[in-house]
Design a protein around this ligand. Structure first.
Ligand code: THU
Length: 165
């Protein structure tokens, strides 16, 4: 039998970040604040990510570039590596991302590239908990309910059929 399937997803769009629920606005503000500390002398594109843990704690990270380009680390990995290393049992439930160019906050929301999506997917699969993804531009902000929306048919531990801690 041959079947054509369709995958679609819904997301919430806020025209102004001020319209976000308080806890999401707080996460966006944290991402914007940490973006200022990014080390991005090469791209001049500073990105901040803020992870909300189940306990309510917020863990932040920014991109850190390197003259040997692939050795740099993106904001999402920086924040998630921090939370996984320091709070492995406190599950991430949301991540907000904001970006700045030389003029300030970007108009467009920063959409994570494929490898960042894969990193978020790994964390969802490690904890068994969906991570809400909040992508914030200067005004417009998207709230996406989990990584399967951005990375459907993903490769994860199920494909390896391993049962890791
Ligand atoms: N970057 C991030 O940190 N996260 C993203 O989602 C987009 C891109 C960083 C990587 C690099 O330091 C700079 O932005 C330009 O790509």
């Amino acid at each position: 039998m041959v079947r054509t399937n369709n995958i679609s997803f819904s997301y919430t769009e806020y025209e102004k970040t001020g319209e976000l629920p308080v806890s999401e606005k707080e996460l966006v503000d944290a991402a914007r604040e940490i973006a200022i500390t990014a080390y991005a002398p090469y791209s001049k594109f500073r990105v901040g990510a803020a992870v909300r843990l189940e306990s309510g704690m917020i863990i932040c990270g920014a991109n850190v570039e390197n003259a040997a380009f692939p050795s740099g680390i993106c904001a999402e990995r920086s924040a998630l590596s921090n939370s996984i290393s320091n709070h492995p049992d406190d599950k991430p439930v949301a991540i907000a991302v904001a970006a700045m160019n030389e003029r300030g906050l970007t108009d467009d929301f920063p959409s994570p590239c494929g490898s960042r999506r894969q990193v978020i997917a790994e964390e969802e699969s490690r904890t068994g908990t969906k991570i809400k993804i909040i992508l914030s531009g200067q005004d417009k902000t998207l709230v996406i309910e989990g990584i399967s929306c951005l990375l459907p048919l993903q490769f994860n531990r199920e494909n390896l059929k391993v049962n890791l801690p």
